[in-house]
Design a protein around this ligand. Structure first.
Ligand SMILES: *[C@@H]1O[C@H](CO)[C@@H](O)[C@H](O)[C@H]1NC(C)=O
Ligand SMILES: *[C@@H]1O[C@H](CO)[C@@H](O)[C@H](O)[C@H]1NC(C)=O
Ligand SMILES: *[C@@H]1O[C@H](CO)[C@@H](O)[C@H](O)[C@H]1NC(C)=O
Ligand SMILES: *[C@@H]1O[C@H](CO)[C@@H](O)[C@H](O)[C@H]1NC(C)=O
Ligand SMILES: *[C@@H]1O[C@H](CO)[C@@H](O)[C@H](O)[C@H]1NC(C)=O
Ligand SMILES: *[C@@H]1O[C@H](CO)[C@@H](O)[C@H](O)[C@H]1NC(C)=O
Ligand SMILES: *[C@@H]1O[C@H](CO)[C@@H](O)[C@H](O)[C@H]1NC(C)=O
Ligand SMILES: *[C@@H]1O[C@H](CO)[C@@H](O)[C@H](O)[C@H]1NC(C)=O
Ligand SMILES: *[C@@H]1O[C@H](CO)[C@@H](O)[C@H](O)[C@H]1NC(C)=O
Length: 819
């Protein structure tokens, strides 16, 4: 195999070797696949082809169609985790590289039910195309069984076709559009484009665009549907997407590939591939609601009021009473939620919040009851449990007559003070609950109970009780935390703002949020982490704060306080004078290199901290993100592990799973990709990487190095086989030469931790013993750190992924601890 000297090839070295022996797919070969297939063929989903894209992904190619313009591929498209793969058609620009560059998934068979690795596509003898998951459940089928199919073809236009004896089309993907159209593809009455949930989740989202005898309609898939765009130009119009045209819109074009995509926010956009083949640029945004951007139903989220592009919550005219709060105060466009829920059985407690000069997108002449009186309109909403708001249009001369629209679901509201829309004098009456926050009285009532449990708690391990009671009353929980000795202190947002001088001294920035320096009243320095986007996490936040706060170990960064107020979530940590480890070991700073004995001590400190988390805590804690950025150093270079326990919050906040993963590529154990249950051994693996980085004074993946050296574990393997490990020890470490033997022994411990067979990896307590010289590392280690009987093909993908990610900071997961 001829390897070219690019960083990517080097990164793939290990995995490629594996692939050759075990599979027909070769990453380092130019793309070469058939463009058609005959009956009785099956393909197994074994993601092998790397994708360079805005998200980390891999594909299992099935068919490839090369054209003079863009290329098309049909196959499995898999997310980073390897557990959500879609079978579909991709469009991309051929750049004559060994991996796909920025492909777009333009059609998918199973967008709502992703499959896993080892799923299979069968083109059966009877003419049916069937997609089965790894457990053989049928996920999708073309329903062509028994029809005279003679083969499968991926055409020049990107159409996946089941054709018959005379090349006639029996089934085609163009008849089943998902959210995109390709040049030459047509939307016919009865068909619709359904937008995805988000850019990263192809499942069917909230918006639909369909062709009906009435024209082109865009609407929310609510019950009943709410239209936000209607175009009645129909006669003689074609709904085919062609070069330069779709329906009544002209579209700029040249020879670059384009797709028409109904985007997750309800926009209909034309994306065009840049001449560099790496970026998809929006060249047209076709639907234009009358109110402009404010006319899109979710532009400000549910209940959000849109005014000239700005989002706010509905307020009473005098601002005296508040009925809504922002879901996330730093992201107003996520919408608002009622302070008190509107429940059916308390109808008598409900009234309307009157929003004058507002308009609602779903209002159009055909969708409201003409000639209703205002009182009648309000009453019919008040008397109907499913009604959440009523829009009233004041009529011409009789003040009591007008138009009335009842809404079961309230999406974004348009502020019409500046006449954004031409329909004037409409008022939205939003149903609200008059029941004032009954929190206060409830809290007092439960306080006695709370105090009682508190004394119980202090005695024993109280986590369990906390959890249970949290469900009963979170207010009580807050009070209790304040009073428990040894528990983190609750600070108000105002206090923290003051202590950090309005968050002015930033220490670092990471995936969970930014860290600021602050000073307590008694002069102690602190590090305040402002968690980003955890606004919704409430109960679990307190539980985790409680858990993290109860952990005290010399090698773990101590949580001294927290703040949970409105949507602010902050954690207050002890201040670590020397910042994070990465700034000391990777060079590039003016800091002097750490001497060998300090490095040795740091490695032992980290091991002890992790061993405590895994084995000595009340409750086992897996860190999931062990890396030098999460190791902090105090003024005496004692190392402490930070950011533990936070990944639990991520787990609980389901909405984030989509966009954020735990862990950092480059430090991820191979089993990340294919095993469902993670064990604490993932930390042991990451720790092995960290040992190597500390000893070698370089990053695991470093693209500034030449090809074969860019991947430290790769170099490690080579040097181990050549028995020249001393070559890679960081010589900047002044006293290392006299401790070379010790350094090499320590690398053997690292190799032990890096075993891809998790059963061969030691526990952290065993690592501590090995580092202290009480036991010796296992011999006969496997230096192929991603190769073993338990690691299958997918693992190789993991390795490649690491490489990709470290080269381009694609994931927002560079977590940083307080510094
Ligand atoms: C991957 O895409 C990025 C653009 O985001 C580009 O800079 C990089 O060169 C690409 N990688 C390769 C190997 O082409
Ligand atoms: C693609 O790259 C290969 C190897 O570098 C080269 O032989 C081939 O001519 C290239 N093809 C095109 C179309 O540039
Ligand atoms: C497959 O598609 C290609 C390209 O569109 C076309 O030239 C060819 O005739 C098709 N083959 C069959 C068997 O339909
Ligand atoms: C079907 O298409 C294939 C490939 O394009 C071609 O070789 C064959 O002659 C066509 N058959 C008929 C019956 O048109
Ligand atoms: C097509 O136009 C875009 C800008 O609209 C430009 O970036 C691109 O280079 C053009 N492509 C070609 C092949 O001319
Ligand atoms: C309440 O409103 C919904 C939809 O607006 C309607 O289907 C239902 O019949 C109404 N119920 C009553 C009791 O009027
Ligand atoms: C206004 O009032 C007049 C007289 O009552 C009536 O004839 C006319 O139809 C009304 N116009 C509208 C728009 O209701
Ligand atoms: C809207 O109509 C009501 C009732 O006719 C009237 O009192 C009010 O002044 C009108 N408001 C505007 C801004 O026209
Ligand atoms: C994608 O969105 C759907 C619908 O909201 C959700 O059920 C699913 O879990 C999401 N998928 C992922 C991978 O988050």
């Amino acid at each position: 195999m001829a390897l070219k000297h690019t960083p990517y090839h080097a990164a793939m070295l290990l995995s490629s070797l594996l692939i050759i022996s075990s599979s027909q797919f070769l990453c380092v070969k130019a793309l070469d696949y058939n463009s058609a297939a005959s009956l009785s063929t099956s393909w197994l989903n074994h993601p092998s082809q790397m994708v360079n894209s805005t998200e980390l992904a891999f594909v299992t190619p099935i068919l490839l169609r090369k054209t003079n313009g863009p290329w098309f591929m049909c196959g499995f498209y898999c997310k980073m985790d390897g557990r959500s793969c879609l079978f579909g058609v991709l469009i991309f620009q051929n750049l004559n590289t060994t991996y796909l560059q920025f492909p777009q998934l333009v059609w998918s068979a199973n967008r709502n039910t992703p499959v896993q690795t080892h799923a299979a596509l069968h083109l059966r003898q009877d003419g049916e195309l069937v997609l089965k998951n790894f457990d053989h459940t049928v996920v999708w089928s073309s329903n062509t069984g028994g029809k005279p199919v003679s083969g499968l073809n991926l055409t020049e236009t990107g159409n996946l076709v089941l054709f018959g004896k005379n090349n006639e089309t029996i089934w085609q993907s163009f008849d089943h559009p998902t959210d995109s159209l390709l040049w030459g593809q047509k939307l016919v009455p009865g068909q619709k484009l359904r937008a995805s949930v988000s850019e990263s989740n192809m499942s069917e989202g909230l918006f639909s665009l369909s062709v009906t005898p009435d024209g082109l309609l865009a609407y929310m898939e609510s019950n009943p549907p709410q239209r936000y765009y209607t175009s009645r130009f129909h006669e003689g119009r074609s709904f085919a997407f062609n070069k330069g045209r779709f329906y009544r819109w002209d579209i700029p074009y040249n020879s670059s590939a384009q797709i028409l995509k109904f985007a997750p926010e309800g926009h209909l956009k034309v994306h065009q591939l840049d001449s560099d083949g790496m970026h998809w640029k929006v060249v047209a945004d076709l639907l234009r609601p009358e109110a402009g951007d404010c006319g899109y139903p979710m532009v400000c989220g549910r209940y959000g009021v849109c005014k000239q592009g700005q989002c706010d919550c509905p307020h009473a005219a005098n601002y005296r009473s508040n009925f809504f709060r922002q879901m996330d105060s730093r992201h107003p466009n996520l919408g608002c939620s009622p302070l008190a829920p509107i429940s059916c059985d308390r109808a008598k407690d409900q009234s309307f919040l009157e929003l004058k000069s507002t308009y609602y997108f779903a209002f159009d002449s055909s969708s409201y009851n003409h000639g209703t009186g205002l009182g009648e309109c309000k009453n019919s909403c008040l008397n109907n449990c499913s009604c959440k708001a009523a829009l009233f249009l004041y009529g011409g001369n009789a003040t009591s007559q007008g138009g009335c629209l009842l809404l079961n679901e309230v999406f974004s509201i348009i502020n019409n003070e500046n006449h954004a829309v031409s329909v004037h004098n409409t008022t939205l009456f939003v149903k609200v609950s008059n029941v004032k926050n009954s929190r206060q009285s409830k809290a007092t009532l439960l306080l006695t109970l709370g105090a009682f449990s508190a004394s119980l708690c202090v005695v024993g391990c109280c986590l369990f009780l906390f959890r249970k009671r949290l469900k009963e009353s979170k207010e009580i929980e807050m009070d209790l935390l304040d009073h428990l000795p040894g528990m983190p202190t609750r600070y108000s947002y105002e206090m923290l703002k003051k202590m950090t001088e309005n968050f002015s001294r930033k220490l670092g920035q990471g995936g969970f949020g930014s860290v600021y320096e602050g000073i307590l009243d008694n002069g102690t320095k602190i590090a305040v982490k402002y968690l980003d986007g955890f606004g919704q996490v409430k109960d679990s936040f307190l539980v985790e704060v409680n858990t993290i706060g109860s952990i005290h170990h010399i090698n773990l960064v101590k949580l001294v306080g927290y703040c949970s107020e409105k949507s602010h979530r902050l954690l207050v940590y002890e201040y670590m004078a020397n910042g994070s480890l990465d700034t000391w070991i990777f060079g590039g700073t003016e800091k002097s290199p750490l001497p060998w004995h300090t490095r040795r001590k740091i490695i032992l400190d980290i091991a002890k901290g992790l061993a405590y988390l895994h084995e000595e805590c009340c409750q086992k804690i897996i860190h999931f993100d062990v890396k030098p950025q999460n190791v902090l150093l105090d003024q005496n270079f004692n190392a402490k592990v930070s950011d533990f326990g936070l990944s639990k919050l991520l787990e609980k906040d389901q909405s984030r799973v989509v966009t954020r993963m735990r862990g950092t590529p480059g430090y991820l154990a191979p089993e990340w990709l294919h095993s469902a249950g993670m064990t604490e051994k993932v930390d042991v693996y990451s720790f092995g990487v960290v040992i190597m980085e500390i000893i070698c004074g370089r990053r695991n993946v470093d693209w500034s190095m030449t090809g074969e050296n860019s991947h430290l574990l790769d170099v490690f393997k080579r040097k181990a086989l050549e028995e020249t490990l001393q070559d890679i020890v960081d010589k900047k470490s002044e006293d290392v030469l006299i401790h070379m033997e010790e350094a090499i022994d320590m690398m053997k411990i690292a190799a032990w931790c890096l075993q891809s067979d998790i059963n061969r990896r030691p526990s952290m307590s065993l690592v501590v013993k090995a580092l202290e010289g009480l036991v010796t590392a296992e011999t006969n280690l496997n230096y192929d750190f991603t190769n073993s009987s338990v690691v299958n093909m997918v693992t190789t993908a993991a390795e490649e992924k690491e490489a990709v990610d470290d080269a381009t900071p694609l994931l927002p997961s560079v977590l940083s601890g307080p510094r």
